[in-house]
Design a protein around this ligand. Structure first.
Ligand code: CA
Length: 229
């Protein structure tokens, strides 16, 4: 599970980063809203911990609103020293999922995070079904017409990521961050190798190309569902 911390107070940011890393979360962080916006859009973390008062061109509420406007579906836990009900309502209206007032205990933060991430895990279980194909994440089987192919773990994760965002481009940096957790240099061609492997398995025969390359950006699974349905 990937957590992104947006907090300009060094002491709190360090404390969150260290504590959450020790609890097994992959933690990334930014100290201003502009860097945060760019990084969160690029990496789609599972959870964003967002301080309300931030340097940069947006405060926490504006940043949250902008993330939602850009289609970011990460859970957002807002932090603030202000505890008026107006702030809480404003934050939730902006698209935050929960709210924690400073000072808070680390134990309480962890409990809130677990509750939010349980909701993430509960999203869309079971097979992904489209008119022209289906994919079962558990068995990693793709069914297209009367053909069934089994994907490897990594191929499956990559295909599922593209399929859940069907019709939309998924950037190479997001693929790298989500599937390989930033463990290699983007200049290597490992993503291309996996895309080619997927195409061999799924785009074989005369079915037409399903996985499209968007030059200089990333990849997209072609959305033919509506037309064929
Ligand atoms: Ca702050």
């Amino acid at each position: 599970m990937k957590v992104f911390v947006v907090e300009d107070e060094q002491r709190i940011a360090q404390f969150l980063k260290k504590g959450l890393t020790e609890k097994g979360y992959a933690v990334d962080a930014a100290v201003d809203s502009d860097t945060a916006l760019e990084r969160i859009v690029a990496t789609s973390p599972d959870l964003v911990i967002l301080d309300l008062l931030l340097p940069g061109s947006r405060d926490g509420i504006e940043l949250c609103r902008e993330l939602r406007a850009r289609g970011v579906r990460s859970k957002v836990l807002m932090l603030t020293a202000r505890e008026t009900i107006e702030n809480k309502i404003e934050g939730l209206d902006a698209g935050a999922d929960d709210y924690l007032v400073k000072p808070f205990s680390f134990r309480e933060l962890l409990a809130r995070i677990r509750a939010l991430l349980r909701r993430v895990e509960a999203v869309e279980p079971g097979p992904l079904v489209f008119p022209d194909l289906s994919y079962e994440p558990e068995s990693r089987e793709v069914v297209r017409g009367d053909e069934t192919v089994r994907l490897t773990v990594r191929e499956g994760a990559l295909f599922e990521l593209l399929l859940r965002r069907r019709g939309k481009v998924v950037s190479r940096s997001e693929i790298q961050a989500r599937i390989w957790e930033d463990s290699f240099d983007l200049s290597t061609n490992i993503i291309d190798v996996y895309i080619n492997a997927l195409r061999k398995k799924i785009d074989g025969g005369d079915r037409g190309r399903l996985i499209e390359t968007v030059r200089g950006v990333g990849y997209r699974v072609r959305d033919t569902g509506a037309a064929e349905g």
